[in-house]
Design a protein around this ligand. Structure first.
Ligand code: PMP
Length: 284
């Protein structure tokens, strides 16, 4: 595989980052994951806008222009012949040469790393026809979940707890309300109304969430942005989640309790179709 590190395209085996990199020592970095369908980037402007926001919130400069980000993404897709899959990008505060809690001088170059992963069955995903099962776990992450940092240890632990419980994912719960999934935003549907948690520092502002909420409203579906409980999810007609890498997928069981008929529901199924149709049209 060809990867990108700080301006160079290299075989992955030759790519190097310093052991003093603040991404490595302190998780001082941000990332984005852009899906590729038919060799094209899905919702690329959404990812660039959120990257800018994450960098701003951490007082980091954006190392590349929008055109350059697009060029690097396209180069990697082409060089690795990615038809379906994703491009991962990470920007860290770079290598100050020593370990120190204080930020390094402003002129310290950030570390920029991008790589691709090919994965078939993203669009035609059999899980869209079966749905996934989730358990709930306490949300003990930090208070700025709206920043897409590489600090993913707790979501990893939650994913492992889900695996151990023989289910697919975990939903985080804080003060009695669901925040989000380990790597996705979550929704329930009751009486035709879609409910998803309102945006705040408590959750990542999913770019798939933004698109799906817009498409739902355009299709005259009612969307209420507020927190909901696990009990409400278990009593819902259907549930689903969204993320840039999975798009829209149904959730059919929460903490051992079937949601609705225990099968993918019509709202999730329709929103997945609309999302894929519209986003393929807008792909770059
Ligand atoms: N919440 C969390 C915690 C995530 O990691 C992700 C995946 N990036 C999402 C939500 C979904 O965001 P997006 O639709 O932008 O991928």
């Amino acid at each position: 595989r060809t990867v990108y590190v700080n301006g160079d395209y290299l075989p992955e085996t030759e790519a190097r980052v310093s052991i003093f990199d603040r991404g490595f020592l302190m998780a001082d970095g941000v990332y984005e994951v852009t899906s590729v369908l038919g060799g094209k980037l899905i919702d690329f402007p959404g990812h660039l806008a959120r990257l800018q926001r994450s960098l701003d919130e951490l007082s980091m400069k954006n190392p590349l222009s929008a055109d350059d980000w697009l060029e690097v993404h396209r180069q990697l897709v082409a060089r690795n012949d990615v038809d379906e899959g994703m491009v991962y990008l990470q920007v860290t505060r770079g290598n100050p040469g020593d370990r120190d809690f204080a930020f390094p001088p402003e002129d310290t170059p950030p570390t920029v790393v991008l790589f691709t992963q090919s994965k078939s069955g993203l669009a035609d995903n059999p899980v869209a026809r079966t749905g996934i099962k989730v358990i709930s776990v306490p949300d003990i992450r930090w208070g700025r979940r709206d920043i897409k940092t590489v600090q993913l240890l707790y979501p990893s632990l939650a994913k492992m707890a889900a695996k151990k419980a023989h289910v697919d994912d975990a939903w985080f719960v804080e003060d009695g309300f669901v925040t989000e999934g380990t790597s996705n935003n979550v929704y329930i549907v009751k009486g035709g109304k879609i409910v998803t948690r309102n945006l705040s520092n408590d959750i990542l502002h999913g770019i798939t969430r933004a698109a799906v909420v817009r498409f739902a409203r355009e299709a005259q579906m009612e969307v209420e942005e507020r927190a909901f409980t696990i009990a409400e999810a278990q009593a819902a007609d259907e549930a689903f989640f969204t993320s840039a890498s999975a798009f829209v997928l149904p959730v059919v069981e929460v903490d051992g309790q079937a949601v609705g008929a225990g099968k993918p529901g019509p709202v999730a199924t329709r929103l997945r179709e609309i999302y894929l149709d519209e986003m393929r049209k807008a792909a770059v």
